[in-house]
Design a protein around this ligand. Sequence first.
Ligand code: DOR
Ligand code: ZN
Length: 424
Amino acid sequence: MDLVIEGRAWYKGRLQHVCIGVQDGLIASVKKSLKAERHLDYNDRIILPGAIDVHTHMREPGMTHKEDFATGTTSAAFGGVTCVFDMPNTRPPTIMREDVLEKKEMAAKKAWVDFGLFGGVSDSSNPQRIMDSVIGFKIFMSSTTGSVLLAEDKDIRRALDLIQPTKKVVSVHAEDEHLLLKRQDAGLVQHGESRPPLAEASAISRLADRSKGMAINICHVTSQEGLGALAGGSFTSEATPHHLLLNVTSCTRKGFCKVNPPLRRKEDQEALMAAFADGRIDMLASDHAPHTTDEKERDFDQVPSGVPGVETSFPLMMAQVRKGAISLERLVSAACARPAEVFGLRKGLIEVGRDADLMVLDPRQVGVVSGRRLHSKCGWTLFEGHEAIFPQAVFLRGQLLVEDGGLVGERMGRDVVARRRIPT
Ligand code: DOR
Ligand code: ZN
C-alpha cells in the first residue's frame, strides 16, 4: 500500500471513520485500521469523493483569453472537482475527428485534473466517426454562445439515430429555438422573457419519445415548466448552482448575470432546489462558461451569455448542506456518484477499485467566495460574499493536488474516455 488516508469518509452511504488505502492511484482497501509507508490522518475532518463536473467550457482552443485547460482545471481542483467534461463550442468546435484529437492533446498537456471531451454534432456530421474519442455528445437545440445549432426535428432525429448505436450519453441544451424571441434585450428581465420557461419545456418534450431507448441528459434545467416536462420522459438531468441559488431579481450585476438558459423567478429557483433536494435532478453541473470582465460590461444586448462556476459549485452546495437545505447524501450523489454512473467512470465513490480521487474538508470552516481568490482566468464570480466550504486537501488518483490553499504535486490530468467502464 502506498498511502493511507484516514478520516470521516463518505463510505457505503454514510460518514464513517475509516482508513482508505491507496495503491497505484486506486482505492485498494477501506478498513477501520490500515498500515502503509505514508499515513495522512485527517481526524474528524470529512473525506468525500472528488466531484465530477459534467458541464464546463474550458475555451481552448480559440478563446484562451477567457480560459484555457491549465487555468480552468486549476480552478476545478481548488473547488474539489477532480474530473471535468469540456463542451464542444470552442473554435474550432469539436465535431470533426482531427479537431477532437487536437483538443485532446492540448488538454493532456495542460490539465491538472482528469477530463473528458464532448463531441459536437452538426446537421451534416457523423458522430460515429468520433465516438471512440468522446465522453458523450452535445446537441444545442437553440442558438447560444458559439453553438452549432440543431433546431429542426429532422436534424435532431438524424443526429439521435446516428448516436443511438454508440450508446453514448447525449447532453442537450434544451431551449426550443422556435419559441425564443429574436430581439435586442435591454436587461435581465427581458432576456428571461425572450428565452421563456415554455421554450425549455417544449424542447424537453420534443425529446420525450426518444428518451426511452437512449441516454438523453438534459443540461441546466431551470424552471417549473422544465421540471414538468422532464417527468414526461426517461431523462437524466443537471442543475447549476446559479439556477439553484440565484434568481432574476437577486442577481443585480446586469450583464454579468446574463446566461443561457436565463436566471428565472424566485418560484422557479425554489422549485428547482426542491427537485434537487429530493433527487429529481440527477447531477450538479456548473456550466462553467467564463467570459472576461470587459465582455460582460458591454451594452446588455452585446454581452455574451455565460458565468464561471467550476471552482465554487461544490463549495457553495456544501454550505447549503451545512444550512440544512439539502442532505450530504444528495450532494455526494449529484456531484460525484451519479455523474460517474451516468457516464460510466470508475470514479465518484469511495469504494475498492475506484480512482482515489478525494477531497478533505472541515464543515465547520465556512468561508466566503471572493473573486480575487479564485483561479479562473476570467477573475470574477456571481457569488461574491456567498458562504462556501472549500476543500482543504484534494487528491487526484492518490496524488495530493491541493493542500493549504496551494497547488502541489505534478500535473497529471488525463483523458477518462479510454478508461471508461462499459455501462451495464
Ligand atoms: O450561457 C451560456 N454560455 N449558455 C450556453 O449554452 C453556452 C455558454 C458559453 O459557452 O458561453
Ligand atoms: Zn454550457
